[in-house]
Design a protein. Structure first.
Length: 608
């Protein structure tokens, strides 16, 4: 959620830290700070607001120290101001800490430390860590951090430096992502590889309960019992250009336009047309094991939850296997009924979503088989599940997810195809689905061609205060996703509803001031939604409809329409969601909103 960057090496650390933090801005933050060890003292600079405010406070001649920590924070404890911004230090200013997560026993630790003479300056839980480590320090920062963390309850991604050890950087992780990035005579820590890929692609992902100690030329990892841990060095398989805007005004529009290529990458090497099925080696289950599954539970948050709803419809209709979708935040607390014949699938773009990770852990504890559908290679979910599928969408920087959503739907279609062919799906039906999947990237390009047309409509909707999105069948989750996109980035209140449920409440809100967006491709429930659109029209609402090419009935009722190509019903969401992504984007731009960093939102939610 928050951003961490740390450096120890031979170069001036401050510019490297600031550049790294800049690359993590997409995660969302409300304050930032920098700590540098310089001539035996800690230089601390902190500021509420954007990184530009922090940069304006740094010395014009720069800090020359070669050991530093930086942080961008979303407030959890204490208001977003200069004092509560990270890094935090101990009373004597010898230890600096940056922290992602929540220390649940902070109040008890604060009281104990206050009795011992520690002077607290902030309202944060993080400051407790700085004082606690200082209180326990004798002659080893590594030992003090490990001992402090044994006394801590909660979650953390942690970076620590000290004037006592001017080349040493200590990092630790429990529930909040953190990695080491290994260079030549220099080493980094970061909460995301995007911060450091400019300098090295060699990374080591920390697991929960691990502490890393880095110097310019070496590193080692131990657990909290001080036992050495050997880790594999991974190579980041994307470069700096993939996390740049590439001439686009915002990351969001860049990522919307990348969807044809992203979907192609999700399917690459996985479609078997002759057999009418899909190859998904990552799920690591034999056909016999897949046939033993008698129920599927999909768990996710936000946009991934909407993709999971589409997966539920696919699995039940085409694979004929009972499926249900759970909010991850609710699943973990409600004594879920799962067993060894249950397949629990967690969906997360980042692979670090705290609630989804906790839900999968709960499912494993209860004996279920777990799979992950994630975008980030090496992420915690990817490492902890029994098997899974990478969607290979490439880095998604914009906070409002777009290409990850469509790629998750495609990945679920591949899984449905595999399970369906093992059960009741015929070879002919399987081949038809494979052909439809192969056509998708070009069809997506065709829909993206409507961007200018939708941009012209943005003025019509930019002044709206509320909007209603309606869909049925496979496109009800698309209505939910369209509403989420509009509210996320344009701050217009929007709701998604099953079109038939409109009569059970929302119809009372509809008048000439309420835009209604109808997702109405020519599918199995088309005639039903025609009736719903007629009901909306009778209330004089302004109607924007997404329809299939050649459709006439809804086109005659709507004020504006955008067409999508014909495809099989289960794949219509991949096409029908794109006009809604474009509408949300262009409306947000018209309203002058911060499209890539909407207020109060973060890209990766790593706390409950």
């Amino acid at each position: 959620m928050c951003g961490i960057v740390g450096y120890t090496g031979h170069r001036a650390a401050a510019p490297l830290i600031m550049d790294g933090l800049k690359r993590l801005e997409y995660r969302g933050y409300d304050s930032a700070g920098l700590a540098v060890v310089l001539d035996g003292r800690l230089e601390i600079d902190k500021a509420a607001g954007k990184l530009a405010v922090l940069a304006s406070r740094l010395p014009t001649d720069g800090h020359t120290g070669t050991l530093a920590l930086g942080h961008t924070r979303w407030a959890t404890h204490g208001a977003p101001n200069d004092v509560n911004a990270h890094p935090h230090t101990d009373t004597d200013g010898t230890i600096a800490v940056v922290h992602n997560g929540i220390i649940e026993n902070a109040a008890a630790l604060r009281a104990w430390l206050s009795e011992r003479g520690c002077r607290f300056r902030s309202e944060t839980d993080t400051e407790v860590l700085a004082h606690l480590i200082s209180e326990l320090y004798t002659d080893s920062l590594e030992a003090a951090v490990a001992e402090a963390l044994r006394r801590v309850e909660g979650t953390y991604g942690l970076g620590v430096i000290s004037t006592h050890e001017p080349n040493t950087l200590v990092a630790a992780r429990l529930g909040s992502p953190l990695l080491l990035a290994l260079g030549d005579g220099e080493n980094f820590i970061a909460s995301d590889a995007a911060a450091v890929v400019e300098h090295t692609r060699s990374v080591v992902y920390l697991d929960d309960g691990e502490v890393a100690v880095l110097t310019p030329d070496n590193y080692h990892i131990v657990d909290l019992d001080k036992t050495r841990v050997e880790k594999t060095v991974s190579v980041v398989d994307w470069d700096l250009e993939t996390i740049e805007r590439g001439g686009h005004a915002h990351f969001m529009i860049k990522e919307i336009l990348e969807q044809p290529e992203a979907i192609t990458n999700t399917m690459r090497g996985r479609l078997l047309e002759e057999e009418g099925t899909a190859r998904l080696g990552g799920i690591d289950m034999t056909d016999e094991q897949l046939l033993e599954i008698d129920r599927v539970v999909l768990t996710a948050c936000g946009t991934s939850w909407h993709a999971a709803l589409i997966g539920e419809y696919m699995l039940e209709e085409l694979a004929r296997i009972p499926a249900e979708v759970e909010y991850a935040s609710e699943f973990r607390y409600r004594e879920p009924l799962v067993d060894s014949r249950t397949l629990v699938i967690g969906l997360s773009q980042s692979g670090e979503t705290a609630d989804t990770l906790a839900a999968l852990r709960e499912a494993k504890k209860r004996g279920a088989r777990t799979l992950g559908i994630v975008n980030s290679v090496g992420s915690t979910i990817a490492r902890e599940v029994d098997g899974g599928t990478y969607i290979h969408a490439g880095p998604e920087i914009g906070v409002a997810s777009t290409k990850a959503f469509t790629c998750q739907v495609v990945a679920l279609a591949l899984l449905t195809l595999r399970l369906g062919r093992l059960r009741t799906m015929s070879l002919l039906q399987g081949r038809k689905m494979v052909k439809a999947l192969r056509r998708l990237p070009q069809q997506v390009r065709q829909v993206l061609g409507h961007s200018k047309e939708i941009e012209k409509l943005a003025d019509t909707y930019a002044l709206a205060q509320n909007a209603l999105f309606l869909g049925r069948g496979y496109n009800f989750p698309v209505a939910l996703e369209g509403a989420l996109k509009l509210k996320e980035i344009s701050y217009i209140h929007a709701e998604g509803y099953p079109a038939a449920e409109m009569k059970h409440g929302p119809i009372a809100l509809i008048d000439e001031m309420m835009p209604v967006i109808c997702v109405a491709p020519s599918d199995a429930v088309y005639q039903k939604i025609v009736s719903n659109v007629q009901e909306v029209k009778a209330r004089r609402a302004r109607i924007f409809a997404v329809v299939t090419e050649g459709e006439e009935e809804i086109t005659s009722l709507a004020d504006q329409t955008v067409t999508i190509p014909k495809t099989i019903d289960c794949l219509t969401p991949v096409l029908s969601v794109i006009p809604l992504q474009l509408l949300a984007y262009h409306v947000a731009v018209r309203r002058g909103c911060d499209v890539d960093q909407p207020r109060n939102l973060a890209k990766s939610v790593t706390v409950e």
